[in-house]
Design a binder for this molecule. Structure first.
Ligand SMILES: [Zn+2]
Ligand SMILES: [Zn+2]
Length: 402
């Protein structure tokens, strides 16, 4: 939650309470709304979900006396409903005076470009000085002035696994890139050996006062873009921004049984939190390579095994591979080509369920025969007097009669 949220969002309206409502009233209003809007009660209702989030966010702030005071102060300084000139409840005195419009967008753009250090802080850091206290006159303690703990961002990455790794589970190293404090200048943006100097315009406060008609109000200093200091000799690694892209390698355990295209969530493995906040989550999109022998259908493994005609006729015991070792499979006498045998529990060993190995036997027909084999097959043919396709024969006979 940023100061910008503070300025743009009306938390009192979200909860439907008066601005001077006491803590008990706020709690009561929140409970009633949370009950009605809860996602369990409103499945697949995006509007209710959005309202639920707004209400929760509003309660987060208003239920905390310190944050509520900061919120009230931000709203008092910058007005409610944004910076529209003449807008309802604009900044002090601005509405009626028809003064020069205050361009909020411009302010935020500058904050983004110049907001250095403190991670991805930006606007929160700039306004932080207004509410952090004790800042005027000296270099601002930025970390101290910044708002409370912030959860790290969720990060998404990809991993390509072999068929076996996906089926059995694997531990893989993943390279992650994320913005972080520049290690060369420790985030202050100045070249090592030099240091930033206090901004001469705002004397390090990061804010300046501006008069408009009879009124004065504060805005982020344009000279130092709100940081309170000026860098004469920028750090070469981060070009003075104080932030560089850092690569870290983390080791993650991919559970057994993941499927191609699956997105797995690894809680707390995302970007680190700021100011003591919890880390975000890591999402890994898994790509699984094919296998020479096996196919996969859910948690079952499919394997086709060619057999000879005598094996199918007389029966045999096959030794077939699995992902971890081999199994014996008894093929009974008189097995038809294409019949599938199920070997229970020898498929993919997913966490909740072990799949089966499905072995399909297929009679292989040799394309070449030795003279002796040919003679044996011909002798066999002479012995096989039963018609293998009586229905077809009957239909053919019926067809020639009509
Ligand atoms: Zn640097
Ligand atoms: Zn300044």
């Amino acid at each position: 939650m940023s100061t910008r949220d503070f300025i743009e969002k009306d938390y009192y309206a979200a909860l439907g309470v008066a601005k001077d409502a006491d803590a008990a009233t706020i709690k009561k209003a929140y409970r009633a709304l949370a009950r009605d809007l809860h996602p369990d009660k409103n499945p697949d209702n995006a509007a209710a979900e959005a309202r639920f989030k707004d209400v929760s966010e509003a309660y987060d702030v208003l239920s905390d006396a310190k944050r509520r005071a900061e919120y009230d102060e931000a709203r008092r300084l910058f007005g409610s409903g944004g910076f529209r000139p003449g807008g309802a409840g604009g900044f002090p005195g601005g509405a009626a005076g028809g003064g020069q419009p205050f361009d909020l967008g411009d302010l935020f753009t500058q904050a983004g470009a110049g907001g250095r250090a403190g991670g991805a802080g930006g606007i929160g850091d700039i306004f932080g000085g207004l509410f952090g206290g004790g800042a005027a006159g000296g270099p601002r303690g930025r970390s101290q002035a910044a708002s409370g703990p912030a959860r790290g961002q969720d990060v998404e990455t990809e991993a390509t696994l072999s068929f076996d790794e996906a089926a059995l589970g694997v531990t893989v190293p993943l390279r992650m890139e994320s913005p972080g404090t520049c290690p060369t200048c420790h985030g202050n943006g100045a070249r090592p050996g030099t240091s930033p100097r206090t901004c001469p315009v705002c004397q390090g406060a990061g804010v300046t006062s501006r008069s408009q008609g009879a009124f004065a109000f504060s805005e982020p200093c344009r000279e130092c873009r709100g940081s309170g200091s000026v860098v004469d000799d920028p750090c070469r690694d981060c070009k003075g921004s104080g932030v560089t892209t850092q690569t870290r390698t983390i080791t993650v355990r991919i559970p057994a049984g993941v499927k191609d295209g699956q997105r797995i969530r690894l809680g707390g493995k995302g970007a680190p939190g700021r100011r003591g906040g919890p880390a975000g989550d890591l999402f890994v999109v898994v790509h699984v390579s094919g296998h020479d022998l096996f196919e996969r259908k859910g948690d079952d493994l499919l394997l086709t095994v060619p057999v000879t005609y005598p094996e199918a006729v007389l029966g045999t015991t096959l030794t077939v591979p699995t992902l971890d070792g081999v199994v014996s499979l008894k093929v009974p006498a008189g097995t038809a080509s294409g019949r599938t045998f199920r070997v229970r529990g020898r498929g993919v060993q997913a966490k909740s369920h072990a799949g089966d190995l499905l072995v399909t036997v297929e009679v292989a027909v040799p394309s070449r025969l030795s003279p002796a084999a040919r003679a044996a097959v011909e002798a066999l043919a002479a012995e096989l007097v039963d018609d293998p396709r009586p229905e077809v024969t009957a239909a053919v006979v019926a067809g020639t009669r009509s």
